[in-house]
Design a protein around this ligand. Sequence first.
Ligand code: AMP
Length: 119
Amino acid sequence: MSYDSSNIFAKILRGEIPCDKVYEDEFALAFNDISPQAPKHILVIPKGPYASYDDFIASADDAEIVGFQRAIAKVIGEADIIAGGYRLLSNTGVDAHQAVPHYHVHILAGANLGGKLVA
Ligand code: AMP
């Protein structure tokens, strides 16, 4: 999947549209999902132009990959959701219904999230 810099998360990173920010560092930006699917629903995105998980791992350097993973962990810690549990989710491509073509990880928590997802 090639990267389309007109996607909405790229616009958020460029400051062209606002977001409800919960965390930011050199490698990542985290903000509340505009249409939450759980009481806590946070999106974490890398700052670089990566369309998907596979693109990120193939194209990002090691510092970006480690920094992004540590940013996710910081967001989880600051959200106070470890005791209750949480789900990490990353949709990629057509079959997974990826809506925004900038790699992102959903953090879902705050309620019983049920079992595995169904189509
Ligand atoms: P996905 O289907 O995995 O690509 O998820 C995209 C997510 O982005 C959805 O959960 C949307 O609700 C969320 N979203 C879209 N636009 C915004 C926005 N401007 N601010 C926050 N979340 C957004």
